[in-house]
Design a protein around this ligand. Structure first.
Ligand SMILES: [Fe+2]
Ligand SMILES: [Fe+2]
Length: 271
C-alpha cells in the first residue's frame, strides 16, 4: 500500500469510483437472517403424493441446499482472502462488506438446511474449483474467477431455484442472494477493470492459462449429480449441458468486455 494517508485517498481516486459505488450499495442492501419469513412460510416446497415420493423430493431439496451452503462457505474463504490481499483501500472497504455478506449467506443456509432435515453429499468439484481460485498466484485471476465468473453464473441458479420454490423461505433467500451476488459481480467487474489497466499481454496470458486449467473442472462441477438427484434422469442432463454451454459463453463475453483477448481459451468439448 502507498504511504499516502488513507483519508486522502479513499473516495477520491476516479478509477475507483465504481468500486466505491458498490461499497455504498452493499451497505444499503444489507439484511439480517432474522428478516427471513422463518415462522410464516415452509422452509422448502412440501411436495405432494405418496410418503416415498415426498421424501425423495425432500432429499432432492436437501441436496440443493447443501450445494448452496457449500458454495457460500467457500465464498467466505475467498472473500476474506480478497479482503486480506487487495492492496487498495477502496477495495478493502468493499471486501469488508462481501465478507459479511458471505458469512450471512452461510448462516442462512445452515439454518435452512437444518429445518429441511440436514445436509447431503458435497460436490467434490466445487471444492476443487474453490481451491484453484484460492491458490491462484495473482489477484487478477482471483477476482476474475470468483466475482466476474462464478458470481455472475450463480445469479441464474438462484432465479431458477426461486421459480421452483414459490411461497417458501428458500424462495425469499434466493431473491436476496440474487441482489447480493449482483452487487458482488458488479464490484468485481469494476475492480478487475482497474486491476487490468496497463497490465498488457503478460497478464492476458496468465488469465487465459488459468482459465484453461479451471474450465475442465468447471465442466465436471456443472455435470456432477449427487445420488439424491440422479433420479431426475437424462432429460435434466441435456438441459444441464445446454446451460453449461451458455455459462461458458457468458464467461467469454465477460472476458471480452474487460478487453481481454480470449482467442487462446480452449473451450471444453461437450459432445
Ligand atoms: Fe454468497
Ligand atoms: Fe457472493
Amino acid at each position: 500500500m502507498s504511504s499516502q494517508p488513507l483519508l486522502e485517498v479513499v473516495g477520491e481516486r476516479d478509477a475507483y469510483a465504481g468500486v466505491m459505488r458498490f461499497y455504498d450499495l452493499a451497505k444499503r442492501q444489507e439484511w439480517q437472517v432474522r428478516d427471513l419469513p422463518w415462522n410464516e412460510l415452509p422452509p422448502i416446497p412440501e411436495g405432494k403424493g405418496s410418503p416415498q415420493r415426498r421424501s425423495r423430493r425432500r432429499d432432492m431439496w436437501r441436496s440443493v441446499l447443501t450445494q448452496q451452503l457449500q458454495a457460500d462457505m467457500l465464498a467466505c474463504s475467498m472473500a476474506s482472502q480478497l479482503l486480506n490481499i487487495a492492496p487498495d483501500p477502496e477495495a478493502k472497504l468493499y471486501y469488508s462488506t462481501m465478507v459479511q455478506d458471505e458469512s450471512r449467506h452461510t448462516e442462512a443456509w445452515l439454518k435452512l438446511v437444518v429445518e429441511a432435515g440436514g445436509t447431503a453429499e458435497r460436490d467434490p468439484y466445487l471444492d476443487e474449483l474453490a481451491h484453484m481460485t484460492l491458490e491462484a498466484d495473482t489477484l487478477e485471476e482471483k477476482v476474475f474467477q470468483m466475482q466476474v465468473f462464478f458470481e455472475r453464473l450463480i445469479i441464474g441458479r438462484f432465479r431458477l431455484i426461486a421459480r421452483s420454490s414459490r411461497g417458501t423461505v428458500l424462495e425469499d433467500l434466493c431473491n436476496r442472494l440474487t441482489t447480493d451476488d449482483g452487487i458482488h459481480h458488479g464490484a468485481g467487474m469494476a475492480y478487475e477493470r482497474v486491476l487490468l489497466q496497463g497490465t498488457g499481454r503478460r497478464m492476458n496470458s496468465i488469465l487465459v492459462a488459468s482459465a484453461n486449467r479451471l474450465l475442465p473442472v468447471f465442466v465436471k462441477h456443472a455435470l456432477w449429480r449427487p445420488k439424491e438427484r440422479a433420479i431426475i434422469g437424462s432429460a435434466m442432463q441435456s438441459r444441464d449441458a445446454e446451460r453449461l454451454r451458455e455459462d461458458l459463453e457468458i464467461g467469454v463475453r465477460l472476458a471480452e468486455s474487460l478487453g481481454l483477448d480470449v482467442s487462446d481459451v480452449q473451450m471444453p468439448q461437450l459432445g
